[in-house]
Structure formats: structure tokens, C-alpha cells
Write a protein that binds this ligand. Structure first.
Ligand code: SF4
Length: 361
């Protein structure tokens, strides 16, 4: 009989593995600007020991820099190992036939995030065929489409085409500069509506808005519920903190670096919600007994205010960045007052911000 997990007990550990090596594509909008890094190799025994010592449900994803993960010489072993402890999420340009890199016995625990890039568009039949093969082998598949301003006109066509095969397509906002404009801020209102940028989950919305990512001193889940195996093969708490850990922490610890671009893992914002774990457990076929209250999607406006409050609480000097954020997203303090869940909390917080701002002048 399947194990039934209560929603509240269904957490786990997120593991990110950094892969480095070549890429067989050359996309014009690549965020890495085609930086070439030396192929890295892992000590698989050391990794096995680490997974065994964590001994709980894990969600492993690959951070690939400018490389194509399915070309990594150890990809099969890495997926096999990680998928025997939980879910695996792999980004790919989907140019390599899955038979060459996807281990079939564990494919049911794998999510293939296949990005349809310009070179993939040139042979769309092959792109679809590779996804259907991965699906047939048992994997979960999804097409990712970077909504670069020059490619927006093709979205409808692809959505219809992929729907026929039961392949969901996720539109991802372009981040960077195009024709002198900075994106995603330069999308028009109708483009924002079309891409659903203002109705995405709270994390996607907030992370595209925040300007200040100085989280020094704020307790963070990195090193505790989220681990990073760097390109050096060693255990780190996250990509930004270069110190090597002997073992994971047993509680959230203050951030020790000046700048975070890892995500929003701060304990009090916590992207790793029960909903996050439940969805990955469901992908692996676990049955979750859901408490609808626990599992409710968290509210963007409330968490946005939490972010602001955290920044003020831990370092009032960061208020300048918060002001910029309000300006940048056309929000003023009065709007903040309206969008808060609890009027008093928000009023106190804004007062706190104003007082600190006056002090700093
Ligand atoms: S850099 Fe980011 S993820 Fe790393 S410890 Fe600091 S806040 Fe956490």
C-alpha cells in the first residue's frame, strides 16, 4: 500500500547540483553570454554518502551555468542517484534523445523542463519527438518558452501545437536588455497580461521586483533545507556562500554574504512551502493528505510586505532600496497600506520605515 503523508509532515530537502561543461546551442538571449567553463566531474561515492546521510525526501535540480546538462558525462548516474531519494528536475534544450541520458528505471521521478530555443524551433518535430519519448519512458515533461520580445508572436502557435500532444508550455519572461530597453520591466501592459506576469505565483512576481538582495544577517534556509553541490563537487549552503560545509545545518542560519541571487530562501519568506513539497511528492506518486488551510497558496501582497518589513527590521539602511522598489513598481506607501492583510501591522511598519529614514538623513 502507498504511504500516505500528512501535508504538514511532507517537507524535505532541496539539493541543487552545479554542472559545468559545453553547450551545443548558441542562443542570442543566453543569460550566461556563452561563457565557457571547464567540464566538472563528481565523486559519486561522496555524493551517495551525502544523500544517504540526509535520509529524507529530496528534490534535486541541476544548475547548469552555460552548459547543456544532458551532455554531462555523469548525467545518467547523477539522475539515478538523486531520483532514488525523491524528485529530479532537469532543464534541457531537448536536443539530445532521452534514451542517451534519461535512466528509464527512475524516469517516473523526473521532470524534464525542455526549453524551446531558436535552434530547437528549426527542428520542431525532433523537439516534440524527444519530449514524447521522455514521456513514454515515464518522465513528466514540460516545454519552457522564453518570451523574448522578438518571439512573442509565435506563442499562440506553439501553445496550440503542444496542447495537441498534452505537453504543457510555460512562458518565461525575458530578463535582460533588448533594443535599449530593460526587460521584464519594459513589457507593455497587454504583454504583461498575455504573459500573466501579474498573476504568477508570489515568488515569481516578488523576485522580479525586488531591488535589494542584501540579506546579510537574516536567517535563511540555505544549508538546512536547501543544499548546493558546487562545481567543485563540495557541499555549500548556496551558490553565493563559498564556504564548504562538513554537513548540513540543523536549523536556519543567518546569511553571511553581502548579496543573494539564489532565490528567496529566507526563513520568514520561505519559498519552500508545504505546497512546494506536496507538488513534488505528488509527482513521485506519494499520496498527500492535504489540510486545505495549510496548503493554501500564499498571498503575494502579504509576502511582499513581509519582505519589506524584514529588510527594515534587519537593516534600516536598506530603506533606500525599498523606496526604489516602490517607485519602480508604481507603488507608494499609501498603496502599501491598502494591500496589507493587517492594517495595523502595515501602518506600524511604514511608520518604522519613515522614522528610520528620517534618522538616516
Ligand atoms: S546568499 Fe541567499 S541563499 Fe545564500 S545564505 Fe544568503 S540569503 Fe541564503
Amino acid at each position: 500500500m502507498d504511504t500516505v503523508y500528512d501535508d504538514i509532515d511532507s517537507t524535505g530537502v532541496e539539493i541543487v547540483i552545479a554542472l559545468r561543461g559545453p553547450c551545443n546551442y548558441n542562443c542570442h538571449y543566453c543569460v550566461t553570454h556563452h561563457e565557457i567553463e571547464k567540464q566538472n566531474l563528481f565523486k559519486l561515492d561522496q555524493l551517495r554518502t551525502m544523500y544517504a546521510s540526509i535520509d529524507c525526501f529530496t528534490v534535486t535540480s541541476f544548475e547548469c551555468g552555460a552548459s547543456e546538462p544532458t551532455l554531462h558525462p555523469q548525467i545518467k548516474e547523477l539522475i539515478s542517484l538523486a531520483a532514488s531519494y525523491g524528485a529530479v528536475s532537469i532543464p534541457t534544450n531537448n536536443s539530445i534523445p532521452p534514451e542517451r541520458w534519461l535512466p528509464e528505471p527512475v524516469a517516473h521521478n523526473v521532470l524534464v523542463r525542455a526549453a524551446l530555443h531558436p535552434q530547437g524551433e528549426q527542428n520542431l518535430e525532433l523537439f516534440i519527438q524527444n519530449l514524447l519519448t521522455a514521456k513514454k519512458m515515464g518522465a513528466h515533461v514540460r516545454c519552457i518558452y522564453v518570451a523574448h520580445p522578438s518571439r512573442l508572436d509565435k506563442v499562440d502557435e506553439y501553445q496550440n501545437r503542444f496542447k495537441k500532444y498534452g505537453i504543457p508550455i510555460t512562458l518565461v519572461a525575458f530578463t535582460g536588455e533588448y533594443q535599449g530597453h530593460i526587460y521584464p520591466q519594459s513589457y507593455t501592459t497587454s504583454e504583461r497580461d498575455f504573459l500573466g506576469l501579474d498573476t504568477q505565483n508570489w515568488y515569481a512576481r516578488l523576485s522580479s521586483e525586488i531591488i535589494c538582495r542584501e540579506f546579510y544577517g537574516i536567517p535563511c534556509l540555505a544549508g538546512y533545507q536547501s543544499l548546493y553541490i558546487g562545481k567543485d563537487g563540495e557541499l555549500h549552503r548556496c551558490e553565493n556562500d563559498k564556504s564548504i560545509l562538513d554537513e548540513p545545518y540543523d536549523m536556519p542560519m543567518p546569511c553571511r554574504v553581502k548579496w543573494c541571487d539564489c532565490g528567496l530562501l529566507l526563513e520568514e519568506l520561505n519559498t519552500l512551502s508545504h505546497e512546494h513539497w506536496s507538488s513534488w511528492r505528488k509527482l513521485c506518486g506519494h499520496t498527500i493528505r492535504t489540510n486545505p488551510k495549510e496548503n493554501k497558496d500564499r498571498d503575494y501582497d502579504v509576502l511582499r510586505l513581509k519582505y519589506i518589513e524584514l529588510m527594515c527590521r534587519y537593516n534600516p539602511g536598506r530603506i533606500k532600496a525599498i523606496e526604489l522598489m516602490c517607485k519602480h513598481t508604481n507603488l507608494d506607501y499609501n498603496t502599501l497600506l491598502i494591500c496589507g492583510s493587517s492594517g495595523n501591522d502595515v501602518r506600524n511598519m511604514v511608520r518604522f520605515m519613515q522614522l528610520n529614514h528620517m534618522k538616516s538623513k
